[in-house]
Design a protein around this ligand. Sequence first.
Ligand code: FES
Length: 161
Amino acid sequence: MKTDLEKSPRFQQTQQRRDFLGIAATWSAIATVCVALMGALRLPIPWAFPESSRRVKLGSPSLFQGIAITPLPEERLWIFSDSQGLYAMSAICTHLGCVVARQENGSFFCPCHGSRFDAQGKVVKGPAPKGLIHLSLTLSTDGQLVVDHDKEVGSDVRLQA
Ligand code: FES
């Protein structure tokens, strides 16, 4: 049997709000546990939840050949062309991940903490612990230039397209 207080509209509203908040909190907790479980499963079983590929088609190699440097800000890299072929260098600073800027003399400067890199991406001044990363370039089956953001190569590696 309900008391007069329990029958009042204000009491009913308060109860409904509490029920809603309780249900919302329960589902939030369930979602959090599910996401944490997926992350925990990914460590021993990487194929269970594969990462998306970070290989990106950049277009025909002819777009870059003969042009000393082509900035691709959306990919945060540069494509270079020299007498030996094409190569890609990341624009992401190896210190804490800021995007570096190219100077007029061809060197690179990180605006976040002042690291400097020479024209080949080697560290000239820290705190960056290592040089700018050179990324793998390949050709796809349809003849497009492909950069793999997950595959580092040596600074002397060139793609001859
Ligand atoms: S992020 Fe480039 S120097 Fe710190």
